[in-house]
Design a protein around this ligand. Sequence first.
Ligand code: NDP
Length: 337
Amino acid sequence: NRRWLLESRPHGAPTADNFRLDTAEIPTPSDGQVLLRTVFLSLDPYMRGRMSDEPSYSAPVELGDVMVGGTVSRVEASKLDGYEEGDWVLGYSGWQDYALSDGTGLTNLGKNPEQPSWTLGVLGMPGFTAYMGLTDIGQPKEGETLVVAAATGPVGATVGQIGKIKGCRVVGIAGGAEKCRHAVETLGFDACIDHRAEDFAEQLKQACPKGIDVYYENVGGKVFDAVLPLLNTAARVPICGLVAGYNSTGLPDGPDRLPLLMGTMLKKRLRMQGFIINQDYGDRFDEFFNEMSGWVKAGKIHYREQMVDGLEQAPDTLIGLLEGKNFGKVVIRVADD
Ligand code: NDP
């Protein structure tokens, strides 16, 4: 049983030294437990937060513990009612080949699910995040302008496509020409701006001639600085993530811009609200799942997955994800099914 353990806490960007590959015996299930064999492991930006012991909305991974992560597994052996050998299961086994579970937090996907790995993306936590943050907090209306960054990732791509379904003008922000082309040509966004361009702020302004009504915040940093002056009166800003700052070790240099933010919020009567998907909306998953499955089946929502082979690739792939090296939802294929 190969397992990636948290060896040390990063200061700034994580490095390969923060992780250690360990091998242990494959565990045996007791009564009331299942043994799961990981097939797919999801990598997500929140994992950077779990590597740190700063106060947050959930406890950190302890040093020497297995890295946390969402997984799709097969049942290898079961002593738990409702689970049979061979069933596909969505759960949180973490960065390892095998895990025991007593069923807490598991979803049985049955013997033959279509696209089981999609339950880690568009039909799972990231899709749910996009759906609830946009519809409940963002409240997009027909004809409004919606802006979303990290536009080709599982959250951003889904946000923008729901925005199109709701009749918005959708402007994405992504890193590089290839991602921007994908957002427009495949995802159907009206425009997509490269945040690495010298004149990024000016290009964003040109792409939003009527200002911004909903800004779905995934990144923060320079992107937010460019968005703030374009927000319209009564704009909504769901604060979903701030990935541009996850590797920061302190506040940025420069003038204190807090008065600018507060002044803009006051004068434009902005509504900004943070949310943590499972804590705020855990009871609404079925509503999301039904609507999203319908959209995916009808071809209204396109989904791009970046499959990386081998559990040994997990640390480098997570490090790359935080720098925008991924293109689409990152999934590690841990084993053949
Ligand atoms: P992505 O696959 O979109 O990966 C993160 C992306 O962020 C990178 O690919 C990169 O895209 C972009 N990025 C990284 N650094 C910067 C930067 N300095 N400036 C601008 N963009 C940057 O991740 P997800 O779709 O899984 O997650 C998107 C956001 O949603 C994250 O902030 C995540 O933490 C948050 N989230 C929040 C949840 C909640 O409950 N609140 C739940 C799930 C996710 P590019 O190359 O295009 O810039």
